[in-house]
Write a protein that binds this ligand. Structure first.
Ligand code: ATP
Ligand code: MG
Length: 116
């Protein structure tokens, strides 16, 4: 349970994407009833834990493809995590635009903005 001064609490967050070789593989995967695997898993984020306090301003820095946008999308609820939890206790208003998956996350008066 997050304490009172924690706005966002992230525990053991992991996100894997399913990569399909061909668009038709999605249908094949559905009808295979799990007997055969037509996709491969790619883990973009693995076992990330952090707390962000109310009023705190943080920057997420990492190389291209390191998972910055994935992390913000998980916080905003765009994606469901593969495992782990995101707990947002402060009121926030995520504004998600589709320009290269730019995401702004407003927590009270603060604005976390991923331009990557
Ligand atoms: N919807 C998706 N399906 C499959 N793989 C994805 C998807 N979104 C992101 N990825 C992959 O997950 C990894 C992390 O991507 P992400 O966009 O989170 O990184 P990033 O740190 O924001 O990169 P950048 O600095 O280029 O913005 C990359 O290898 C990317 O190709
Ligand atoms: Mg990005």
């Amino acid at each position: 349970m997050a304490s009172d001064d924690i706005a966002i609490s992230i525990r053991n967050l992991t996100k894997s994407y399913r990569l399909l070789g061909h668009p038709g593989d999605r249908i094949k995967q559905f009808f295979s009833l799990g007997l055969k695997q037509y996709h491969r898993e790619f883990t973009a984020l693995k076992d990330v834990s952090l707390d962000i306090k109310k009023g705190e301003i943080i920057g997420i820095i990492g190389r291209n493809g390191s998972g910055k946008s994935t992390l913000l999308q998980l916080i905003c609820g765009v994606w469901k995590s593969t495992s782990g939890t995101v707990q947002v206790t402060a009121p926030f208003n995520p504004a998600c635009t589709d320009f290269g998956w730019e995401i702004s996350l407003h927590i009270e008066n603060y604005n976390f903005n991923n331009l990557g």
